[in-house]
Structures are given as C-alpha cells and as structure tokens.
Design a protein around this ligand. Structure first.
Ligand code: NAD
Ligand code: TYD
Length: 347
C-alpha cells in the first residue's frame, strides 16, 4: 500500500486531488493534514468520512509537532504540500499569514521530510511566481522569478527553499507550477466561482480595471493528473509547468459565465483595479508533455459548463461558505469599489 501525506487537502485543489487519487488507485492511502482556515472545508471531502484508506487530521503545517503527530510512526512514501494561503487580494490586505503558512510552513515540512527520509516531496506552486507577461510569449521553467503580489512572493520564497533543500541535502523534491484552476469546490473569492454565484443571485459582477487581464485556465482534474504525473515520473530537483493552454481575458470568461447562467451582461461592474495587477499569465507546459507524458484533457467550454452546473446543483455548499465571515471579507474587498464603480459594462 502506497501512503501519501497530503497537506491542505480540505481546500479546493487538495480535495479534488484526494478524491481523484483514492478512486483511481486501490493501493493508495492518504492522511490529510489541514488547519481548516476560512478556505478549508471538511464538507469538500464529506463523502470520504468513512473511507478505509483516508484519514483527516486537523493541524498546522507550521508546527513541527503537529506535522509529526499527523504522520504517525510510518514514513509516508510521499509528502505533497497543497496547504497555503492562496488569494492575492487577501495577501494585499495582510501578508502575515502568507509568510507564515507559505514560507515557514514549507520549511517545517521540508525539515520533516529530511528528518524522516521521505522518498518524494512535491510542492504545489503557481505560475504567479514568474510575475507578469507582455502580450506575447509564455513562462518556461527557466523564466526568472519576479513575483508582484505578497502571495506570489511567498510562493516564490517557498519554491526557492524547496530547491535549496534538494541541492543542500539531496532531498528528492519536485515543484509543479500550475496556471489558474477552476472546477468544483473552489472557494467563491476566486474569479470563476465568485462570478457564477453572484450571477445566480443577481448580484453585481465586479471586474477589476478594464477586464482585459489574461489568465490561462486549467481544469482542476487536469491539475490533479499533472501533479500525480510529476510525482511518479518527474526528476528530483526539477520544476514542471502545468498549464491549461486556455488563455482568455477576464471579460471573455465573465461573459461566457453570464451566458451559461442565463443572466444579462448588465450585471457586470468595472471596479478599481487590483494594485500591481499582473496583466497576463501563459505557461509553456512542453516540459511536462515531454518528460511526464501529461497534457490537459478538459476543453475549456466543456469544463466551464460542468463547473456552472456544479455550482447550480450545490447552492447549499456555497451559500453556507458565503455566509458568516465571508460577508465581512466581501464588504471590505468590494463595498467601496462597487459603490464607486468605474462603469457598467458597455453593451
Ligand atoms: P485553498 O485556499 O482552496 O486551500 C488551501 C488549504 O490549505 C485549505 O484547506 C486551508 O485550510 C489549508 N491551510 C492553510 N493554511 C494551513 C496551515 N498553516 N496548515 C495546514 N493547512 C493549511 O487553495 P487551493 O486553490 O486549493 O490551492 C492549493 C495549492 O495550489 C496552493 O499551494 C496554491 O498556491 C496552489 N495553486 C493554486 C492555484 C489556483 O488557481 N487556485 C493555481 C496554482 C497553484
Ligand atoms: P483570481 O481568481 O483572484 O486569481 P489570480 O489573481 O490568482 O489570477 O483572479 C483571476 C483574475 O480575475 C485576475 O486577473 C483578477 C480578476 N478578478 C476580477 O476582475 N474581479 C474579481 O472580483 C476577482 C476575484 C478577480
């Protein structure tokens, strides 16, 4: 039986990864260590509550004793670190939790992997570490790191630590850097679930700046497959870009979502831009294709329509998530901006 220690598995990508892997591999068991921050939701894996090969442990990756306790006595075959503070806007409001979890937490996990001689350490990272692109070109794994937001800077710092542990101590580390993910169970602070849920509720859709910032969209199932491919076939010490190959301006995505939900474009509101808003991300994922035999399989139109259907069918899930503390965040993040919007959508 292969044993994975997964961190951050109650979040969006981690929960999709765990479900997919456990169903695909009957010889795999997973321990999920998650602090259950605002973004961690045990409901995301409620269907695995009584699964014999799955165990959830609540705990903090930045606390060495809690990491050791979660792993127990047996050394895992792999440690996969999904745990993070993951939202750019929150990092602009307060960088402290990003440095603590994303950098300090990664260092604690690396020390633990070194202490226990874990045969594989996989760091789930992001294309945002590369900074922003002009209108052409794509990030490769050798593009210099040039993060702009505190979120991206904390992920870049973690990536450098991971690579340093590989070089200094021979720890068998691998980094995957993915583009923007979408799919079920994504917290509705990120663009796609925020816009779908607002549209369903006939609320305004806040688009930052001119809406022409470009993101490269990747379905979360394709990301999960890319991570597994890197874990199994990647070379230690290497970085692999996992890109969706679906570059689209935000406004195009928002318009497609409105069409899918059946709501008018008059719901769009242009609001003050995010500071230092990266203009364009695009990933060259040819190394992952070549070395891992991985390629994204979910066409964007199909993935988006499945995602819209999922949010329609899981109204209770996101209505609960959007109540409570989320309301305060929403008021802080969008209250003033929506009151002084820079214009409604041109028709
Ligand atoms: P998420 O915010 O949905 O989930 C993060 C999870 O980490 C939550 O369950 C949270 O409770 C947990 N967590 C936070 N701090 C913790 C701590 N100190 N100890 C233990 N658990 C903690 O994030 P996500 O979108 O699922 O992203 C997962 C990973 O993928 C992150 O490392 C992120 O940087 C990376 N990534 C995300 C995207 C994207 O589009 N969402 C793209 C590329 C890479
Ligand atoms: P987001 O989902 O926050 O991901 P990231 O910033 O990590 O790429 O945002 C995706 C894009 O959507 C980004 O260009 C910012 C933009 N955006 C809006 O225009 N309005 C919003 O309310 C949000 C959350 C994002």
């Amino acid at each position: 039986m292969r044993r994975f220690l997964v961190t951050g598995g109650c979040g969006f990508i981690g929960s999709n990864f765990i479900r997919r892997c456990l169903h695909a591999d009957p010889d795999l068991s997973i321990v999920n260590l998650d602090l259950l921050t605002y973004a961690g939701n045990p409901e995301n894996l409620a269907d695995l509550d009584t699964h014999p090969r799955y165990r959830f442990v609540r705990g903090d990756i930045a606390d060495p004793a809690q990491v050791r306790a979660a792993a127990g006595r047996d050394t895992p075959d792999a440690l996969l670190n999904f745990a993070a503070e993951s939202h750019v806007d929150r990092s602009l409001a307060d960088a402290a939790p990003f440095v603590r979890t994303n950098i300090l937490g990664t260092q604690v996990l690396l020390d633990f992997a070194k202490e226990r001689g874990i045969p594989r350490y996989l760091q789930v990272s992001t294309d945002e570490v590369y900074g922003s692109l002009g209108p052409t070109g794509a990030f490769t794994e050798t593009t210099p790191l040039a993060p702009t937001s505190p979120y991206a800077a904390s992920k870049a710092g973690a990536d450098l630590l991971v690579l340093a542990f590989g070089k200094s101590f021979g720890l068998p580390v691998i980094i995957t850097r993915a583009s923007n993910n979408y799919g079920p169970y994504q917290f509705p602070e990120k663009l796609i679930p925020l816009m779908i849920s607002n549209a369903i509720e006939d609320r305004p859709l806040p688009v930052y700046g001119d809406g022409l910032h470009v993101r490269d969209w990747l379905h979360v199932d394709d990301h999960a497959d890319g991570i597994l491919a890197a874990l199994e076939r990647g070379r230690p010490g290497e970085v692999y870009n996992i890109g969706g190959g679906n570059e689209l301006p935000n406004l195009t995505v928002v318009r497609s979502l409105l069409a899918a939900v059946g709501k008018p474009e008059s719901l769009i509101r242009f609001v003050t831009d995010r500071p230092a808003h990266d203009r364009r991300y695009a990933l060259d994922a040819s190394k992952a294709r070549r070395e891992l035999g991985w390629a994204p399989e979910v066409a964007f139109a199909e993935g988006l329509s499945r995602t819209v259907a999922w949010y329609r069918d899981h109204h209770e899930w996101w209505a609960r998530v959007k109540s409570g503390a989320y309301r305060e965040y929403y008021a802080r993040q969008y209250g003033a901006a929506l009151a002084s919007e820079t214009g409604a959508c041109p028709t």
